[in-house]
Unconditional design. Structure first.
Length: 698
C-alpha cells in the first residue's frame, strides 16, 4: 500500500471495472446485478477508446467473448425501464463500434468486426433488437435529448466503416427500417427543431448505401414519400442551414473577410450539435469557422439533392413560404477567421445548444422559402471556385439546379408570374463595376433570379484556371429554362441583353486565351453551348421573347460583336482541319462548332453590307444603335436562315455513371468528417456529463 504522503488518486469505478473486464475477469459470475449496476455508471468513452487503440491485435481477438458479452448486455440494457441505463448502454455500444471499426480500419487487420462485436450467430437478432427499440424510442414523445442519444448511436453505426457501402452494419438497417421514425421526427415542429439535423443527415447517408449496386429500400421510400409535413420539415432543415450561412455572410465586415480569405467549401459536414452543428469542433489551427460553416452547408445541399433527384413531391417544398415555421438558429458571429488566441470552438458547443433552445423568439422572423435561400447561398459560394472545396460545393449546387431546371412542374413554379419573390444575389467585387445594393431587390419570378445567378457566374469566373465543368453545367441550366419557355410559350420579362452580353464575353475570353486553354480543356464544348443558346433565340425567339424589340436587340448584339463570331469561326476551322497534335484532339468538337455558327454568320453577312450602304447613303461615318435597329427591322424579309435540329432538346441528367465518382467521394468525406466530429464531441461529453456513480445505487 502506498504511503500516506505518496498516495495516488483512486481510479473511477468505471475504469477499475473495465480494466478488469479487458484483463479477462468475469465479475458477473459472482454478482447477479453486475450489469444493471455497471450501466448506471457514467461512461468514460475516452478511456475505452484509448484501451482499444493500444491493444495488440492478438489480445483483441482473445477478448472476443468479453466484447460479445458487453455488446449483448448493452443491447439488453437499452430495453430497460431506466433512462440512465439506456443512455449509458447506447454510449457503451457506440464506443465499442467506433473503437473496433477504427482499429480494423487503421491497421487493416482484415478481421470480421461483426463477429468480434456481436458474434455472427446472434448478430442479426441482436441488431434487430437494437434497431427495433431505437425506432420505438424515436416514435415516442421522450425528451429530445433522449432522441438525440438514439440518433447519435445510429450515426456511429452508419459512419463506422471507410465507406457507407462497405459498412456491414448498415445492412441491418435495410431489414429493420428507421425511415418511418425519422420521417416522424421531421413531421413534428419541436422534434424537427431539436433533432432535425440528426434525422436528415442519417437519412441522407443511408440512402447512399450501395445505391448503384443493389436495391436500397430507403431510396424507394424517399422517392414516393408524400407526407407534406415531413417533406416540409426536411426542406426547413436545409433552409435553416443555408439561411444561417447567408445571414453570416451579410453581417457587417463578413464580405471583406470572405473575399480576403476565400469562401471555402469542403465535401460534407455533420448537421448536428453532436457533430458541431452550432460551432465547428476544431481548433483554430485545424480550420476556420468559415470552413465549418460551408461544410455544414454541403451536408444540407446533398440532402437537398437526394430529395430533388428522387422525389417529385419535393419540388413543391422548394417554394413553400411559411412565415413563422422556418427554424432559425440563434444569432451567430459574422464569418471571420479564427485568431491564434481564440479558444477552441468546441468549448462552446454546450452553451450554443442552450442558446438555440432558448432562442424561440427568433423562430418566426424569416418569411422566405428554401429556393430563395438556396439561390442566395449559391451566389456566395460560387464567388471563389478556384478553391477546390468551394468548387465542389458549387458543383453540387449546379447539379441541384440542373435537376430543378429540367422538371416541368418546377419550371411552372419558377415561371409563374403570380409567384414573385425578392431574391438577394451577392456579386463578387470586381474592379470594373460597382457592387449593386442587395437591399432593394425587385420581386420577380424565380426563373429570372436563376438566370441572373448564371449570368453572374459567367462574368466572375473567366480565368485561365477555367472551370469547364461548372461552365457546362451553368449553360445547361440556362438552356433548360429556355427550352421550357419555348415549349410552353412563356414570355418571361427579363433583360435578355445581359445574358447575351455575358455569353459573348465568355467567347471573347476563350478566344483571347485560346492557346493556354486549349492545352487543357475542350473549350469548344462550351463555345458550342453558347452558340446554340444564341441559335435558340434566333430560331424560336419570337415564341418566348417578351416583345419584338427584344428580338431586334438580339440581332443588334450579334452584329455589334461580329468580330468575335468571325474569330470564333476561324479558330474552329483551324482546329477542325489542323494536323498538329495540339489541334487534332478537339477536331470533332471544333467541326461541330463551325457548323453551329452558320446562322450567326448569315446574319452578320446579310446585315453588315446593308448597314454600310445605309450609312454611305446618309453620309454617316458611324451609326447609333437606333439607326442600326432601323436597318435591321427593314431587312428581315430578305434574310435566309438554316433550321437547326434539336435546339430545344437536352440530355436529361443522370447520376450514373457520370456523377458516380463525385458523389462517392462526397459521401466518403462525410464519414471522415462525421467520425472526427463524433470523437471530439464524445471526448468533451465524457468530461462534462454528470451521471450517478455506482456507490449509493441499489
Amino acid at each position: 500500500m502506498a504511503s500516506k504522503g505518496n498516495r495516488f488518486p483512486l481510479k473511477k469505478k468505471f475504469v477499475q471495472i473495465y480494466e478488469g473486464l479487458l484483463d479477462g475477469e468475469e465479475p458477473w459470475s459472482s454478482n447477479d446485478h453486475f450489469w444493471d449496476e455497471l450501466f448506471l455508471l457514467k461512461v468514460n468513452s475516452g478511456f475505452l477508446t484509448k484501451e482499444f487503440e493500444l491493444m495488440k491485435p492478438e489480445k483483441l481477438l482473445q477478448l472476443k467473448p468479453v466484447i460479445n458479452r458487453i455488446s449483448a448486455e448493452s443491447i439488453r440494457a437499452v430495453k430497460s425501464d431506466n433512462r440512465i441505463r439506456i443512455v449509458n448502454a447506447y454510449e457503451t455500444f457506440a464506443t465499442l463500434v467506433r473503437a473496433l471499426f477504427s482499429k480494423n480500419r487503421e491497421l487493416d487487420l482484415g478481421i470480421d468486426v461483426i463477429d468480434l462485436l456481436l458474434g455472427t450467430d446472434v448478430a442479426e437478432a441482436s441488431m434487430e433488437d437494437l434497431l427495433g427499440v431505437s425506432c420505438t424510442f424515436l416514435e415516442i414523445p421522450f425528451p429530445h435529448g433522449f432522441h438525440q442519444t438514439v440518433l447519435d448511436t445510429l450515426l456511429v453505426l452508419v459512419t463506422a466503416a471507410e465507406t457507407v457501402s462497405n459498412n456491414v452494419l448498415v445492412e441491418f438497417l435495410m431489414t429493420t427500417s428507421v425511415f418511418e421514425a425519422l420521417i416522424g421526427l421531421l413531421s413534428d415542429g419541436i422534434s424537427r427543431q431539436k433533432c432535425g439535423y440528426h434525422a436528415v443527415l442519417l437519412l441522407t447517408l443511408i440512402v447512399n448505401y450501395r445505391k448503384y449496386e443493389s436495391t436500397n429500400p430507403y431510396i424507394m421510400k424517399l422517392s414516393i414519400a408524400d407526407n407534406e409535413l415531413a417533406l416540409n420539415g426536411f426542406g426547413q432543415v436545409i433552409a435553416c442551414t443555408l439561411y444561417d450561412y447567408n445571414r453570416r455572410f451579410a453581417a457587417p465586415g463578413a464580405r471583406e473577410t470572405v473575399t480576403r480569405n476565400s469562401v471555402p467549401g469542403g465535401m460534407f459536414s455533420g448537421l448536428t450539435s453532436w457533430m458541431g452543428i452550432f460551432t465547428p469542433l476544431s481548433s483554430p489551427e485545424e480550420s476556420s469557422p468559415i470552413e465549418g460553416e460551408n461544410k455544414r452547408c454541403d451536408a444540407a445541399l446533398l440532402a437537398m439533392y437526394e430529395a430533388v433527384h428522387l422525389n417529385r413531391n419535393f419540388f413543391a417544398v422548394l417554394t413553400n413560404t411559411q412565415p413563422g415555421s422556418i427554424e432559425l438558429r440563434p444569432a451567430s458571429p459574422p464569418l471571420t477567421p479564427s485568431t491564434p488566441d481564440a479558444p477552441s470552438s468546441g468549448s462552446h458547443v454546450r452553451s450554443d445548444n442552450q442558446s438555440f433552445e432558448s432562442h424561440n423568439a427568433d423562430l418566426h422572423e424569416a418569411p422566405t422559402n428554401l429556393f430563395v435561400t438556396f439561390i442566395e447561398f449559391v451566389s456566395i459560394v460560387m464567388q471563389n471556385t478556384k478553391e477546390e472545396s468551394s468548387f465542389h460545393t458549387t458543383k453540387l449546387c449546379f447539379i441541384n439546379l440542373t435537376c430543378i431546371a429540367e422538371d416541368q412542374y418546377a419550371n411552372s413554379i419558377m415561371h409563374d408570374i403570380n409567384m414573385q419573390y425578392k431574391v438577394v444575389i451577392h456579386h463578387a467585387p470586381m474592379r470594373h463595376r460597382k457592387l449593386p445594393s442587395t437591399r432593394d431587390c425587385p420581386s420577380r419570378p424565380l426563373a429570372a433570379a436563376v438566370l441572373d445567378l448564371m449570368v453572374e457566374f459567367m462574368l466572375c469566373n473567366m480565368r485561365k484556371n477555367f472551370s469547364l465543368d461548372l461552365y457546362v453545367r451553368c449553360l445547361g441550366i440556362v438552356h433548360r429554362l429556355l427550352c421550357y419557355q419555348k415549349r410552353y410559350r412563356v414570355r418571361l420579362l427579363y433583360p435578355w441583353k445581359e445574358l447575351w452580353s455575358a455569353l459573348i464575353s465568355v467567347l471573347k475570353f476563350i478566344l483571347a486565351n485560346e492557346v493556354t486553354l486549349a492545352k487543357r480543356y475542350n473549350v469548344f464544348i462550351v463555345c458550342s453551348q453558347i452558340v446554340n443558346i444564341i441559335n435558340l433565340f434566333i430560331t424560336y425567339g419570337d415564341t418566348f421573347l417578351a416583345s419584338p424589340p427584344s428580338y431586334d436587340e438580339l440581332y443588334y448584339e450579334i452584329i455589334r460583336c461580329n468580330q468575335v463570331f468571325d474569330n470564333l469561326y476561324s479558330t474552329a476551322l483551324r482546329y477542325a482541319s489542323g494536323d498538329s497534335e495540339k489541334t487534332t484532339q478537339w477536331r470533332e468538337s471544333a467541326a461541330r462548332l463551325a457548323s453551329h455558327l452558320v446562322n450567326i454568320r448569315a446574319i452578320v453577312n446579310h446585315f453588315n453590307p446593308k448597314i454600310n450602304s445605309w450609312a454611305t447613303a446618309n453620309g454617316l461615318a458611324s451609326l447609333t444603335e437606333a439607326q442600326v435597329l432601323e436597318v435591321v427591322r427593314g431587312n428581315y424579309d430578305s434574310l435566309t436562315l438554316k433550321l437547326h435540329d434539336n435546339l430545344d432538346q437536352f440530355e436529361r441528367y443522370s447520376e450514373k455513371p457520370r456523377e458516380t465518382p463525385f458523389f462517392a467521394a462526397m459521401v466518403k468525406s462525410i464519414l471522415e468528417h462525421v467520425r472526427k466530429q463524433s470523437e471530439d464531441e464524445r471526448h468533451q461529453h465524457s468530461q462534462t456529463t454528470t451521471i450517478p456513480e455506482l456507490s449509493g445505487v441499489r
